[in-house]
Design a protein around this ligand. Sequence first.
Ligand code: ATP
Ligand code: MG
Length: 480
Amino acid sequence: MKRVEIIKLLEAGEVGATVCVKGWVRTKRGSKNVAFIALNDGTCLNSIQVVADVDQFAEDDLRRITTGASISVSGELAASKGAGQKVEIVAEQLEILGEAPADEYPLQPKKHSMEFLRDIAHLRFRTNTFSAVFRIRHALSFSVHEFFNKNGFYHIHTPIITGSDAEGAGEMFKVTNFDLNNIPRNEEGAIDFRQDFFESETNLTVSGQLEAELAALALSKVYTFGPTFRAENSNTSRHLAEFWMIEPEVAFADLAENMDLAQDFLRYTINYVLENCKEDLNFLNRRFEEIESKKPKNERSDSGLIEKLEYVLRDDFKRITYSEAIDILRNCKPNKKKKFNYIIEGWGADLQSEHERYLVEKHFKSPVIIYDYPADIKAFYMRQNDDNQTVAAMDVLFPGIGEIIGGSQREERLDVLKKKMADFNIPEDEMQWYLDTRRFGTVPHSGFGLGFERLMLFVTGMTNIRDVIAFPRTPGNAKF
Ligand code: ATP
Ligand code: MG
């Protein structure tokens, strides 16, 4: 008999129909006469209940059906007496596809810590929490492509291996084909990259932006959605060494239009998940509330997960300049009472996540876009403002996360860009291809980068970025 997915049965299974389902046992309980098996195939959060009359099956078979075992069940759908489900299956045939001996299988029907589950990331997909997270990750990713497609953007696949080191000096992973025990050297004793695979020094990309700019200056609106890599040793709950970045780039758009795009984009994707992942979100919402309820009162979130998502859809994000942000921060209580780890002394300071979160969570109680940052603390390609001190940069800050998007209007004037590169010690000859777009038919353009896992953190209410990507890469860990 052909297998039916459990999601289809729970949505539209008709009492009396004979069906076959396959999946993994979540729990088995029962009495002397009947066994109740909760069977889950990952197509949705809920399991289907299988009812097996103990007399009809070999005792040994029933004994081998334990949490984690995979089985195939055929039988008739009956109206369920249990709460929360319309139908259950009365088993006529049971086949064990794969056992999961209880004394060896690490996942048991009890609460496991997130740390423990990270150690068994190959099995954690089989928990309710992680299956919900990864179904939402799919939906969120789909909504990203849908948003851009509906708005006339073209998806560009930018390279993962890159020869340019413009952005992340010292933070890049090297790509080489050298025998590490015998690295060729030139006459001066330096590593001779001419003998390497690409005949030049190469790295894993930290961003697809520069290449996306080249495409935007021909196709008008493009975006990238690919893996990016940072060898920064920041062991935080918001940084990964390998993460997925979404980078739209738009010709003829200024910073204000860039901010509009960021807001529209975030709202579209969040709304998509609210509308299409109700069951999983409700589950994560309950999980969120349970975790919050155990925190001390003053640390508790004042709204539930779903409320937080709906809230973002309601009002426009607050927009303030960097200078305004500094004024607020300099005079705020935690700064005056020296509660911040980094005290804000004055204009020019780089904002840390504690400052960003203060602005979002305490001061404005709303997502905030900060723009017009000091040129010194931002990248070379950001457009110089007329004050000669600030650049047309913007960061979007979200509650619980801090920075979720970083973007800017790009410097389109060849002479200004060249001067900036000289100030930043970026050799022009390595960047001829980039400068060419300013030499030939240059136009104002803007774009931003969104860390997909940061958005995942916000949408799922998970608190550690390691728990929203299947196999996290962090300092000291590249397991699986
Ligand atoms: P942060 O200050 O949080 O380290 P950043 O300024 O280094 O961020 P950008 O270089 O502007 O970040 O990258 C754009 C976006 O990519 C950020 O807004 C963030 O959402 C995401 N991001 C940056 N670094 C990481 C990382 N190590 N892991 C996951 N996401 C990241
Ligand atoms: Mg960083």
